[in-house]
Design a protein around this ligand. Structure first.
Ligand code: ABU
Length: 482
């Protein structure tokens, strides 16, 4: 063993630990240990002296063994799952090549791969003359939308800052992701200037209420400038109605950004893409293939309809990096469109997956993920003890309560709801300690909903009906005595 061969030794450990093969569903998703126990078990300390390769390899093995196996068929805990094996291979290549995505000069092949992926995605979303950039996660991609919206309205903000501008107001739904709040803080807009628009019973932004909010903000001498719609909300997986929202934004001169980080993958579906109708009328979109599609984390992109705007808004024209007198075609030097300087090669892993599978292969994977989620919803809608939070779900999030036998046929008074709020956390604790399956839970205060489970299917590893049945039986096994 030596430094040069250490990566190969690690690959061997990954193989031995089963991370490079389809998992045996009988193995645990997680072998949980509390932080203090883990610190006892694995020596995380750093100091003057290094260790042997053998010791390091044993630490790596232990790290893997105590990590959550997100590639396990029964990991349904988040809006991501396992990685597409082709994507993982692509990630290894870009990691091994260790370069920076900013110029063709140092990333020739990766720049062309990024360009190819963006072109295909722009076509799919209906932005034929658009532009895009990979960003470190959905929150950053959503922030790009706000920056561009503001820049289009007030280009001088780039040089002069916010002084002299009226208070800018952004609108997003009460079910939307918190990244708009964080973005508003970071961009000097202020979280109080994020107006939460009501959602309807299905969790979709109410266009009428949006228009009322815009009119109210204008009367208060504020400047409405952007709407952040959501295509696939984090908890309920709901899709805001993009055509009506685009009509309102057009009428009032607002930028329409769509946070499609989660639900954007449905653009690839033959059966379910209609939930994204109207996305071609929006100004910008954020999409995370590292979520449903199973590209290795992280893989997030920002797309904009307007040609040249991304560069004009973000460029700083560093003369040591983006020289315009280079001997090659500098249009492939994408770095100056980004807010970052150093930027990981996030496009290549997606390119490898897509090149292998084609649109057809990705479509089949997305359709299967949604089909399985729909099957899960159907089964529990007919199963004693399970209650769906919504009658229908538009994405692969299925939200539900489990009622232990002792709680069925009981009066649903305050004490009953209080008891129900404790059921999901208790089942989740048992679930994690036993390790056979992982799914998430949360309350939804603005809807008056106590803790409920959120089951999420993704493309990798491709889920099956048998797995869905197992989850239902496991929840019954873990929770029926409560
Ligand atoms: N960016 C939202 C992800 C949250 C989740 O995985 O549940």
């Amino acid at each position: 063993m030596d430094a040069a061969t250490f990566p190969e030794d690690v690959v061997q450990v990954l193989r031995e630990e089963g991370l490079l093969n389809p998992r045996d569903p009988e193995t645990p998703v997680v072998r949980f240990a509390h932080p203090a126990e883990l610190q006892e078990e694995i020596d995380f300390s750093l100091g003057q002296d290094g260790c042997t390769d053998e010791k390091l390899l044993s630490l790596v093995r232990h790290t893997i063994q105590r990590s959550v196996d997100t590639g396990h068929p029964h990991f349904y805990n988040q809006l991501y799952g396992g990685t597409d094996p082709y994507g993982l291979a692509g990630a290894w290549v870009s990691e091994a090549c260790n370069t920076n995505q900013y110029t063709f000069e140092v990333a020739p092949t990766f720049s062309l791969a990024e360009h190819a992926v963006l072109q295909r995605v722009l076509e799919l979303f209906g932005f034929p003359n658009g532009d895009g950039i990979f960003a470190p996660g959905g929150s950053m991609s959503n922030m790009y939308g706000l920056v561009l919206a503001r820049y289009r309205l007030y280009p001088d903000v780039k040089t002069d800052g916010l002084a002299g501008l009226p208070p800018l107001v952004v609108f997003t739904s009460e079910d939307a992701h918190y990244s708009t709040l964080k973005g508003a803080h970071w961009l000097g807009i202020g979280t109080r200037n994020v107006v939460k628009v009501k959602t309807d019973a299905a969790g979709c932004m109410d266009p009428k209420h949006l228009e009322q909010c815009i009119i109210k903000a204008t009367r208060e001498k504020k400047k409405p400038f952007a709407v952040v719609a959501t295509a696939g909300t984090t908890v309920l997986g709901s899709f805001d109605p993009l055509n009506p929202l685009a009509d309102i934004c057009q009428k009032h001169g607002l930028w329409l950004h769509v946070d499609a980080c989660w639900g954007g993958s449905l653009i690839l579906s033959r059966k379910y893409a209609s939930v994204l109708e109207g996305i071609d009328r929006c100004d910008s979109v954020a999409w995370n293939p590292h979520k449903m599609l199973g590209a290795p984390l992280q893989c997030s992109m920002f797309l904009v309809k307007h040609e040249g705007l991304l560069h004009r808004c973000n460029s700083a024209s560093a003369t040591y990096l983006f020289q315009q007198d280079k001997f090659y075609d500098v249009t492939y030097d994408s770095g100056d469109k980004s807010v970052q300087c150093g930027r990981k090669v996030d496009a290549y892993k997606l390119w490898v997956m897509w090149r292998k599978r084609g649109d057809e292969g990705l479509t089949r994977l997305v359709d299967n993920a949604v089909d399985c989620a729909q099957y899960f919803a159907k089964i529990i809608s007919e199963r004693p003890g399970f209650e769906l939070v919504l009658p229908e779900f538009q994405c692969t999030n299925i939200c539900f309560w489990f009622l232990p036998a002792s709680m069925r046929e009981q009066t649903r008074d305050e004490a009953w709801w209080d008891k129900l709020s404790k059921v999901a956390p208790l089942i989740k604790e048992r679930m994690v300690l036993q390790g056979a399956v992982m799914l998430g839970y949360q309350p939804m205060a603005h809807r008056g909903l106590v803790n409920f489970f959120r089951m999420v299917t993704t493309c990798q590893p491709p889920p099956s009906r048998t797995q869905m049945d197992f989850v239902i039986e496991e929840i019954e096994r873990l929770g029926d005595d409560l």
